[in-house]
Design a protein around this ligand. Sequence first.
Ligand SMILES: [Zn+2]
Length: 240
Amino acid sequence: MKKNIFAGVVLLLTVLIAGSVVADTSSIDGKLIALDAGHGGDYTGGYNINYYVAEKDVNLSVVYSLKSKLESAGATVVLTREGDETILSRSERVDIAIAKCIEIANRECDILVSVHHNGSLDSDHNGTLTIYNEKQDVALAQSLHDTLVPLTGIDEGYLNGGYGITVYDHLISTLTEAYYITNDEEATTYLTGVEEEAGETGYFYLTGERIEEEANAQFQGIGNYFTAMENVAPSGKKKK
Ligand SMILES: [Zn+2]
């Protein structure tokens, strides 16, 4: 009996501690979210030449983990890339996202998050960078950046850049580079993951602790964004 009480207290403490870091994500319920795993197919993206880790696989792994978290919270999620498809351009990715949102829910996606991991010639370099294109994307970029930066502790900023994904169709979106896949420590951590299939595509990536950490941070950032949006009246003024 004593043991049970002890276990109960431990559980309660765990919930309390977790509750203090995990933000309210109820705002995700009912949202229509497009996730884009950067690169794919012929395009590996960044590549760690010391450990043979391709960015396209890490991107896809994070996207699948994030998808299941968002769906558990009541969101509908569409993926631009489900396996190792080659998608030629960023505009094509946006077109795929829009078409899938219309197909599944007959409306425009609420947001699009494009998941990337950065590359550098320096295998020690690490950091977190978030990129957006338009003014309407800033709030999402900022929310995601805030929850992703602790992954590396190195803030490389959230930038307005041409590498974003929102040039077309006014879809609110952001491109994240949570860490550098060319960083040897990140690559070796990725390699400790277990093999998982991308949907039912026959294509496999690894998933492990680091992928989960990032997916949790992405999930929290998206939740924070929608919560903040709920508190903004259509005129752009804060609700009383
Ligand atoms: Zn990339």
